[in-house]
Design a protein around this ligand. Structure first.
Ligand code: ATP
Ligand code: MG
Length: 207
């Protein structure tokens, strides 16, 4: 039997904060942020270590990134949300359709062989594909929290598989990044992310 984790948006955060309820009842945002960062760094090491030619960047892998990274801190790690969510003027995929929309995205990704064949193909083509899926996952926004970090990690694993370093976002400001996310969700315009990704993609061993 599949157990579905039920959460209502009004009891997901500590009252009057944007801090998600956590296993240690920590309500200091700096401490939570630091712990999340530490868990993320550890998880990068683990998933990098596990990366090999048999790795499939499928839905299970994506959910597992979230689950295995944050299970020690959050009950809802790896669980898709079931309520509607918005940030600013952007409305993400409706809660009721997250599961089915996710399946469609990952079916398409499978048809693209999980972007595993880009080591020797033009970087521009790779950036275009990555931006497409990044926008799709951005609009899906499937987890209650930590979507940005896990989605970046997911694409980092894909680019590393193809002989690139993790995507470098250091040359853009947080506002530029969010503006691109807004363009994706509100205008289906993927060009901003495409540029960011193209600029941030660097081979591990330059040709
Ligand atoms: N106004 C917006 N419109 C569209 N997408 C947005 C908006 N604000 C944020 N996002 C997207 O949502 C992500 C943040 O989601 P969430 O808070 O679940 O993850 P996070 O890991 O805490 O985020 P991050 O580390 O990227 O700030 C951002 O990375 C961006 O992709
Ligand atoms: Mg967040």
């Amino acid at each position: 039997m599949k157990l579905k984790y039920q959460l209502k948006d009004n009891n997901f955060y500590y009252t009057n904060t944007d801090i998600s309820k956590n296993k240690f009842d920590i309500q200091d945002s700096q401490i939570i942020h630091d712990i999340e960062q530490e868990l993320l760094i550890k998880s990068y090491e683990i998933f990098l270590d596990e990366l090999d030619e048999n790795t499939l960047f499928d839905e299970n892998y994506f959910k597992n990134l979230h689950k295995r990274t944050f299970a020690s801190l959050y009950d809802w790690a790896g669980v898709y949300r079931d309520f509607n969510m918005a940030k600013g003027e952007s409305r993400f995929c409706q809660g009721a359709f997250v599961e089915s929309s996710s399946k469609k995205i990952f079916e398409k990704l499978k048809e693209d062989n999980y972007l595993k064949d880009f080591e020797n193909r033009p970087k521009e083509e790779f950036a275009k594909k990555l931006a497409y899926y990044k926008c799709e996952l951005n609009a899906l926004h499937p987890f209650y929290e930590l979507n940005g970090r896990i989605t970046r990690m997911f694409f980092d694993m894909i680019v590393i598989f193809n002989g690139y370093k993790p995507i470098d976002y250091s040359t853009i400001t947080p506002k530029q990044y969010i503006d691109c996310a807004i363009d994706c969700v509100q205008y289906a315009d993927k060009s901003g992310f495409e540029k960011i990704i193209l600029n941030g993609l660097h081979k591990i061993k330059p040709n």
